[in-house]
Design a protein around this ligand. Structure first.
Ligand code: CO
Ligand code: ZN
Length: 336
């Protein structure tokens, strides 16, 4: 089967925190050139590619978000140190010792204010951290208030297991691109939506779904796993197949969409898992409640250490997700 690692590496190493998706959007635009009948960018910045069907099918929307979590500069002091606020679910434990990069290439790392000895091993609040870009004073800081940085970390290929920042949700973007490449014919008009601002409240999915008015919506995003030491109990493991969402913190998947994903996996004989995620949600939540409601579900890529600079996925889960979606889109769909 086709290796997707080159595409994955390119996407995960790109810059694109919520609200600053220009660079990653241009990259994806380049990757899907010639694969769609129509490509447009909507007002919020969603990249929407339509692959027209042969007729008689549904209007299907697939969504994966381009944006990633990051930090936004709130203040620069006289010595050139920066204070920041989170963009999306950034936790202090994931920051110390790491690096972030701004749109202009400026790299920074995090420092921690002095602490009383009794607090030394406690997790600090975010506002006790600052960002150091190596500036000598305020005037020489190459970024300013309102500029946004995301994690900087190279992709690591360890065979089946892949490590990177930003699998949430560039791995979903990679799946959508590969589905566009592999889908030879479909009765359905398929809208591939590379959405913006998911990490700050599914905002891109809200406007794009409203505009497209799909008959069926499927998001492709990461989910957590329960397969690490003393993990929160969860019946999802790395490498045991893409996960069909039943429920997460924001939605109950439409039963017909869930069944459609399960039936397709069973027809293909590929492994799949059922996902009940207690916290967090995806673009499918916004899709589901758009206008008068859209039958929506989600195909998840199991991922360890979500929202840290070293997330981990299994390449086989990614390949099987592509296979499943290509098969699903290749045949007529009846939602009951
Ligand atoms: Co996320
Ligand atoms: Zn995500």
């Amino acid at each position: 089967m086709k290796d997707m690692k080159e595409l994955i590496k390119k996407l995960v190493e790109a810059y694109g925190p919520s609200g600053r998706e220009e660079q990653i959007r241009e990259m994806i635009k380049g990757e899907i050139e010639g694969l769609a009948d129509e490509v447009r960018v909507d007002t919020l910045g969603n990249l929407i590619a339509l692959k027209c069907g042969s007729g008689g099918g549904l209007k299907v929307m697939l969504a994966a978000h381009m944006d990633e979590i990051g930090v936004i500069v709130t203040h620069v002091d006289e010595k050139g140190f920066l204070r920041f606020a989170p963009i999306g679910g950034v936790r202090p434990l994931a920051l110390l010792g790491g690096r972030v990069v701004f749109a202009n290439g400026t790299v920074g790392t995090f420092g921690l204010e002095k602490r009383e000895p009794e607090n030394e091993n406690k997790v600090p609040d975010l506002d006790k951290l600052y960002l150091d870009v190596g500036a000598k004073d305020k005037a020489s800081v190459p970024v300013g208030v309102g500029d946004v940085a995301c994690f900087q970390r190279p992709f690591a290929d360890q065979g089946d297991r892949l490590l990177a920042k930003g699998f949430d949700d560039r791995i979903g973007c990679a799946v959508l691109i590969q589905v566009m490449r592999d889908l030879e014919s479909s009765p359905h008009d398929v809208y591939f939506v590379f959405s913006v601002q998911e990490e700050v409240g599914l905002r891109g999915a809200i406007t794009s779904t409203y505009g497209i008015q799909p008959d069926l919506g499927i998001s492709v995003d990461v989910t957590g796993t329960g397969d690490t030491p003393e993990a929160r109990t969860m019946a999802v493991s790395l490498g045991e197949g893409p996960a069909v969402k039943v429920k997460d913190g924001g939605m109950l998947a439409h039963p017909a969409v869930k069944d459609l994903l399960i039936e397709t996996a069973e027809e293909l004989g590929i492994p799949y898992q059922l996902e009940v995620l207690e916290r967090g949600t995806t673009d499918a939540m916004a899709m589901q409640v758009s206008r008068e409601g859209v039958p929506a579900g989600c195909l998840s890529i199991p991922c360890r250490y979500v929202h840290t600079p070293s997330e981990m996925v299994d390449h086989n889960d990614v390949l099987n997700a592509v296979k499943l979606l290509v098969a699903l889109l290749s045949k007529p769909i009846e939602l009951s």
